[in-house]
Write a protein that binds this ligand. Structure first.
Ligand SMILES: [Fe+2]
Length: 591
């Protein structure tokens, strides 16, 4: 039984293939098309899934699309009509794209896959998110919370999962959206919506939440967690290019210039920004205001999610919670939900955004359409394309790339650890690439976290990221408790996917300064032998040499590019950056 899930035409396009109820392959289209957040029809991702499952389009028994296009179109038309004439732009733009492409998704799937119309099913956007969390979790029964920008009408849902069924309890509807509230601030702070939300979260610890009261003017939350936005402040419901309006600017001042560097007195001014600008002190003070705004929206988001989760706990009485939807990538809020609500265990879909909606849609098809029992737990995120030793060998030989091929993996790991201890930055490429936005040791750039200047080194050589963005630690799961405030780390699935921000323990921040954020926290990845055996051995070898079984792990890409997929992309990224060493499976390339 082959079930293909598809998501596209909104944020991140993706595809996922279930075979006899078990996940075979899942990937986002951007990794193949090399267009970041590609939302077009995911032809490459679908082809990859079919290839991996050794089937053709005609062999697919059921295709499930992650949302209902007609309901979504209905929402867009109705909101455009209710805000006419301001919505003139949205109206004409959406008529063109919907009439020419999006509404005919069924025909596209039929033609491109060669499947009969009767085999195509449409899930519901938030049901797909809910399924991507609950049906991937190890839980028989759990409360489910989904929160994102918007689906058809829903922007957040409460639900319950039991066995192979999900029951939705309640939804919050557009235009009242926590995801769109956060995105309005993302845009205000000078970052790209649906991309810069991490930057807002990273910027927040540099500020004080002194504008929390002002943020609460924009949104009102009830005791049951439901909320309404005060639409006087927003324009996203009738504009294609602007999310906040003049009243918003009256409240928080002018928006930050997207072209200007962000730095405060505490972030410092990194060398890769160039020479310090004239009026440095005044600029740092001005930026402090924006950091305070970031801290304030982050704080309100956390409070809102805590209230929603707490209510869901009261209503269901369940001990476990599943989370999905783009807002579930807010790992600071996730850490607080674990610590501050009565839920004892969480499962969060690592591809919590719309790319993971494809996986959720396939699972809806399997369990809720076909009624099959559950036989799958998602224990890792490595569902993308793999390149074997043969592929890498062909690539390095045909391109005359000087390399060493290690037959003995212990020798290779020892060599890499020597490089890391010498302050080198290493591209680490192996196995199948990760599903979701995080690199978890198969398409990663790694470095020594003990080195105080390593953050600047990685930024100067490769990432050119803003100085307020932290790098994450990968730690052996059994040693996580020594460094981080996460008791019984092995019980916490979300930590495998860098989905919790927790405190670094007192005194341990000095041991791993390059991965400790300014507020003494870290977005850790726990690494275990079952889900990531070779990456684990690398960290273990580094731990034996240094006493610190932790690596700095950041995604294998240059700024603004999708994470690499092929050996060719890895080598190109290595060549165009200041990376010192590239490991591709058993092959090591040194600059
Ligand atoms: Fe979504």
């Amino acid at each position: 039984m082959n079930i293909l899930g598809i998501s596209c035409f909104f944020h991140d396009a993706g595809a996922a293939l279930l075979q006899d109820g078990v996940l075979t392959a899942a990937a986002e289209e951007e990794r193949f098309s090399r267009k970041k957040h590609d939302y077009g029809f995911p032809q490459h991702a679908i082809d990859f899934c079919l290839r991996t499952g050794k089937i053709r389009g005609q062999d697919v028994d059921l295709v499930v699309f992650f949302e209902k296009p007609f309901l979504k179109f209905d929402r867009i038309l109705r909101s455009a009509m209710s805000t006419f004439p301001w919505s003139r732009g949205v109206f004409s733009e959406s008529m063109i794209t919907w009439m020419t492409e999006k509404l005919w998704i069924k025909d596209q799937i039929r033609h491109k896959l060669g499947v009969d119309e009767s085999k195509i099913f449409f899930s519901d956007h938030h049901l797909s998110h809910a399924a991507s969390a609950f049906f991937c979790s190890p839980f028989d029964e759990a409360a489910i919370l989904t929160v994102d920008g918007v689906g058809e009408w829903a922007t957040a849902t409460y639900g319950i999962g039991r066995g192979s069924d999900i029951r939705m309890l309640r939804e919050i509807r557009f235009p009242h959206s926590l995801g769109l509230l956060y995105s309005a601030f993302t845009a205000f702070l000078g970052f790209e919506v649906n991309e810069g939300e991490y930057k807002v979260m990273g910027m927040a610890p540099f500020g004080q939440p002194r504008y929390v009261d002002k943020v609460w003017k924009l949104v009102n939350q009830e005791s049951d967690g439901s909320f309404q936005l005060n639409m006087e402040y927003f324009t996203f419901h009738h504009s294609t290019h602007q999310t906040f309006g003049p009243k918003f600017v009256e409240l928080f001042g002018p928006a930050r210039d997207p072209e200007a560097h962000f730095f405060t007195t505490s972030s410092g001014y990194p060398s890769y920004f160039g020479a310090k600008p004239a009026g440095y002190d005044a600029l740092a003070r001005q930026n402090q205001h924006y950091a305070d705004v970031a801290a304030s929206i982050q704080r309100v988001t956390e409070e809102m999610l805590l209230k929603m989760a707490s209510h869901l706990h009261r209503e269901t009485g369940l001990k476990r919670l599943c989370l999905a939807g783009g807002v579930a990538l807010n790992s600071v809020a996730n850490g607080r939900i674990l610590r501050e609500t009565p839920f004892e265990e969480l499962f969060i879909q690592p591809a919590a955004g719309d790319g993971g909606g494809a996986l959720g849609a396939a699972l809806v098809g399997c369990h809720m359409v076909l009624g099959k029992p559950r036989d799958f737990v998602m224990r890792h995120a490595y569902w993308g394309q793999e390149f074997g030793a043969g592929d890498v060998d062909t690539f390095v030989r045909s391109n005359n790339i000087a390399h060493t091929r290690f037959e003995n993996d212990d020798q290779l790991l020892a060599r890499v650890v020597d490089h890391l201890q010498a302050g080198k930055v290493v591209g680490w490429f192996q196995g199948r690439f990760e599903l979701g936005p995080r690199a978890l040791g198969n398409r990663s750039i790694i470095a020594d976290p003990r080195n105080t200047s390593m953050k600047d080194i990685v930024n100067t050589k490769i990432k050119f990221r803003e100085p307020f963005r932290p790098f994450a630690p990968s730690v052996l799961v059994e040693r996580a408790g020594e460094f981080f405030d996460l008791p019984e780390a092995h019980r916490h699935h979300p930590a495998r996917y860098m989905l919790y921000v927790v405190d670094v323990k007192d005194g341990q921040g000095e041991r791993i300064p390059a991965v400790t954020h300014v507020d003494g926290t870290a977005r850790l990845q726990t690494v275990d032998a079952e889900s990531a055996p070779r990456y684990r051995r690398l960290i273990h070898t580094f731990g034996q040499a240094t006493g610190v079984p932790v690596l700095l792990n950041t995604s294998f890409n240059l700024r603004g590019e999708p994470i690499v997929n092929t050996p060719g992309e890895a080598f190109s990224t290595f060549s165009r950056s200041g990376m010192d060493v590239l490991v591709m499976g058993q092959h090591v390339v040194e600059k």
